[in-house]
Write a protein that binds this ligand. Structure first.
Ligand code: HPA
Length: 271
């Protein structure tokens, strides 16, 4: 990653929008319908933005959606880039840096995840307290882009504490139960084995997924405050005696969609 690429990509996006959103939202698998709630929409397709990779996952639209969610200007990523698609980790930082250049200060990152904590159930929403980067790679590897942030960014409050509390209060106010925990990133794309899920539990993971961590590292690098929400779409491998599949992930996120939309919309109102 290099500042000239970041500038060129952000300039392209800036040329196509009329608003300057302070809030960014990344929509995970099956959660893309939140974008339908956006008014005065302007779409910028990833494939038109210089240097952005192309997203290849079914059920991911592949575009920035600008507009109003309630009264607030937002930018959503409907579809995201994954490491398992063959992208370089560093390239996963670019959409975050574009948001930074546009003026985003708070980022709500969402994902579909497997429940590792056995007290969770499919359909739960988990507020992410912290993460474990088991992809064992990092989007900041390479020459540091000093304009975006320092070489060794602090990750001790990677998920902003005030925004975490705000989100918890919102959940209480609107009567949505949320659980909390640590998100554990595996590269995928194969789901985990039961033995790996036992390991993840021993290491402190409550939910497992194949995204989010690179974006959260990039956001912390450029000092965007993060809220993380996992939709627990399935119990992780070996917990229930049944195989996992992407269809189940999408079906559960579809069932949770309304609750998820209400929750995120209300958080946006309160930020
Ligand atoms: N494992 C990894 N990623 C996932 C899962 C899972 O069980 N469910 C949804 N995304």
């Amino acid at each position: 990653m290099n500042i000239e690429y970041i500038k060129e990509a952000s300039q392209y996006v800036k040329n196509h929008i009329k608003t300057t959103p302070r809030i960014g939202i990344i929509l995970g698998s099956g959660l893309g319908d939140l974008a339908d709630q956006v008014k005065d929409k302007i779409i910028v397709k990833y494939s038109d933005v210089p240097y952005l990779p192309v997203s290849t996952v079914k059920g991911h639209a592949g575009q920035f959606v600008f507009g109003k969610l309630g009264e607030k200007d937002v930018v959503m990523m409907q579809g995201r880039f994954h490491y398992y698609e063959g992208n370089k980790m560093a390239d996963l930082a670019l959409p975050i840096y574009i948001m930074k250049m546009i003026g985003v200060e708070e980022l709500i990152v969402t994902n579909a995840a497997g429940g590792v904590n056995v007290s969770f159930k499919p359909g739960d929403l988990m507020l992410i307290k912290d993460h474990i980067n088991f992809a064992c790679n990092n989007p900041l590897i390479g020459k540091n882009v000093d304009e975006m942030g320092e070489r060794f960014p602090d990750m001790s409050s990677a998920y902003n504490k005030e925004l975490f509390e705000l989100s918890k209060n919102v959940s209480k106010k609107i009567g949505i139960d949320v659980v909390e925990g640590t998100y554990f990133m595996m590269t995928g794309p194969s789901y985990e084995t039961p033995a790996e899920i036992k390991m993840i539990r021993v290491l402190g993971g409550d939910a497992v997924g194949m995204s989010t961590v690179p974006e959260v590292i990039a956001a912390n690098h450029c000092k965007i405050k993060v809220i993380g929400i996992s939709c627990i779409t399935n119990m992780a491998a070996g917990i229930l005696e049944q195989p996992l599949n992407h269809k189940e992930v999408i079906e559960t996120s579809n069932k949770v969609k309304d609750k998820f939309i209400r929750f995120v919309s209300e958080i946006v109102k309160e930020i």
